[in-house]
Design a protein around this ligand. Structure first.
Ligand code: ADP
Length: 245
């Protein structure tokens, strides 16, 4: 929809701005690091052992903090601009199974029931394996976290004219209608330990794949997320269509 595309344009502009700022911080940070190294060397020439030890410690703390800032910025930039998708044909149900495998302990510990229904006519789609597993991981993790012990997680795949669809449904807390609009906002979270980056990443990866996300949620009852991936063969059929006339 138009609102969605304005929203994603806005997010895109925001990410570029944030990436720019993070990048600009990198240069002075690098310079601070080099100067701290020089300072460290100068301190090494001092004769007063006490002063030397004290100054060394100050420099050590500063260098450690600079290192920490550097890590934060690196991770932030990575979250913001992932590598371009390397798309290969994959059966989505295989990627779902592998993702569920990684999460099996959490699923077991929380006594969740997982029901899968994979349609057998679903063709492979061209996706980046790592990125799409990240999508499934984030969406399933959210579903699990929305449910208390013994919840039911349903995952199904289906085929339509243009898409291969994946439906992830939980019978958890649901999403407040007023909060639904903010779900893709970076740092929007309702969880004590949340980052609020998961759904932003999901949205971006789906967009990079030419896909769509639909969210249906009922507070107190649960949430259904539908992820639609464009079918390669459908695209080819469209391209070939004029010749058939
Ligand atoms: P995080 O999980 O770190 O909070 P996300 O961006 O993944 O960040 O999700 C943002 C918010 O969207 C969550 O805090 C939660 O309020 C809401 N949300 C996402 N998925 C679900 C779901 N399946 N059920 C209920 N709420 C959800």
């Amino acid at each position: 929809s138009t609102a969605d595309s304005i929203e994603s344009e806005r997010l895109h502009a925001l990410s570029l701005l944030a990436a720019g700022v993070a990048h600009e911080i990198g240069n002075p940070l690098n310079s601070i690091n080099i100067h701290l190294q020089l300072l460290d060397r100068e301190i090494g020439y001092l004769e007063d052992a006490t002063a030397k030890a004290e100054l060394k410690e100050l420099v050590d703390v500063s260098r450690k903090e600079v290192g920490r800032l550097d890590t934060i910025i690196r991770q932030f930039l990575k979250a913001l601009r992932p590598s371009l998708p390397e798309r290969m044909p994959h059966k989505l149900q295989e990627l779902i199974k592998e993702t569920l495998g990684v999460m099996k302990h959490e699923i077991k510990d929380r006594r969740m029931l997982v029901e899968t229904d994979f349609a057998d006519d679903v063709p492979a789609v061209a996706v980046d394996e790592t990125q799409v597993k990240q999508v499934f991981f984030n969406v399933v993790k959210n579903a699990l976290q929305a449910m208390s012990d013994g919840g039911i997680l349903k995952i199904e795949t289906y085929l339509s004219d243009r898409f291969v669809g994946v439906v992830v449904e939980d019978n958890g807390s649901g999403i407040d209608p007023e909060k639904l609009g903010a779900i893709y906002e970076p740092y929007h979270t309702t969880k004590a330990e949340g980052t609020g980056l998961g759904m932003m990443i999901v949205q971006r990866i789906m967009r990079d794949h030419g896909g769509e996300i639909e969210i249906n949620s009922e507070p107190g009852h649960g949430t259904r997320m539908t992820l639609r991936f464009p079918r390669e063969d459908a695209r080819l059929n469209l391209l070939e269509a004029p010749e058939q006339e």
